[in-house]
Design a protein around this ligand. Sequence first.
Ligand code: ADP
Ligand code: ASP
Ligand code: MG
Length: 404
Amino acid sequence: MGITVHKYGGTSVADPERIRNVAARIARAKAAGQDLVVVVSAMGDTTDDLIDLAQKVSRNPSDRELDMLMSTGEQITAALLSMALHDIGVGAVSFTGAQVGIITDSAHRKAKILEIGTEKIAQELSQGRIVVVAGFQGIDSEDNITTLGRGGSDTTAVALAAVLKADACKIYKDVEGIYTADPRIVPGARKIDRINYDEMLEMASLGAQVLQSRAVEFAKKYGITVEVLSSFSDAPGTLVCEEVNEMEDMVIRGVTVDRGEAKLTIQRVPDRPGIAATIFGAMAENNINVDMIIQNVSEDGYTDVSFTVQRDDFKKAVRELEEVASRMGAKGVTSDEKIAKVSVVGVGMKSHKGVASTMFDALARGKINIEMISTSEIKISCVVDESDADSAARALHTAFGLDK
Ligand code: ADP
Ligand code: ASP
Ligand code: MG
């Protein structure tokens, strides 16, 4: 019998009634003759609540203890779902990530999966039981509990589908699939039937938090077709898969908004060889990832350099940049946390002209100021003021003909 992996996100298991609803769906799939491995997220906002709780007992909780704490959220759901299955006469057993042998590196809060044991799961499945696995977590070689980064249960599901050579990997959410934009921001967003790995990876990395980007990387690497669908309906979802001919020929597949970055500027730094190396060397040394960079035209031997970093790293980045500024004799540092990055994504861009001008034109007509621009083969991103982000996304969605 083939194995199917299901994953249920936080909204789908937010309360006891929803957990019973999920149990009923799983029972139906089981009755249809599938061996099932079910990955669950923490209930509702549990993960955020746990982080708040940590902050109430410590100003600077360590990443190891945060992982220890956050991993309990998923463990609760796994146990409850297993009980709900027992209640309707379905054999099931729940496990933590560590118990099923999800081995990760030791990078707490953003650990990478190194290997997964399959023996225990296979054994339970052979007994006819449903295996419920707590998502988002693993264990390192020193037996420390680790977590896989926010949204990491998606990655647990895809990684399990890969090692178990599952026939299908179904990720159940509170939306009916991947849309051309976040339907909460763009009311005209349309469900996409199929999207290829590269476009999905780009959308996920650019802020479409509907799938964790690492889950998409796994799916691409192991050629796993992932279906994203709703746990509240039976509507068909979106297939994330290799490029296929019947994919609609679109220039732009989707629009994304990312509020997770912040901008820093070092002002009037002497323009001489090595400034970029010094600034970005300091960031790299402190494990700060830099995304967009702009260096202004030099005036009378001085220039401004602006760049964006993840908001989590913002305070650290400001501190480091101020240090660099005083060392290099720059005028100072300014920073802005209230920015957002809006992007358009599509492989069709490779063979179409005028995408950038359509984008800039749509933003101009919406009176939205562009602060930074970056492009790659299949995306164009603009940094705008955070308050303009939603209207920018809607304007771009319309300008590229994506509205319903
Ligand atoms: P989970 O329940 O698995 O944790 P998430 O909350 O992480 O699910 O992701 C689902 C949410 O992602 C949706 O409610 C939606 O608002 C948001 N989202 C952002 N971009 C998109 C998109 N392009 N398509 C669908 N949903 C999106
Ligand atoms: N509970 C974790 C989070 O909120 C992991 C997940 O839901 O995928 O990020
Ligand atoms: Mg999620």
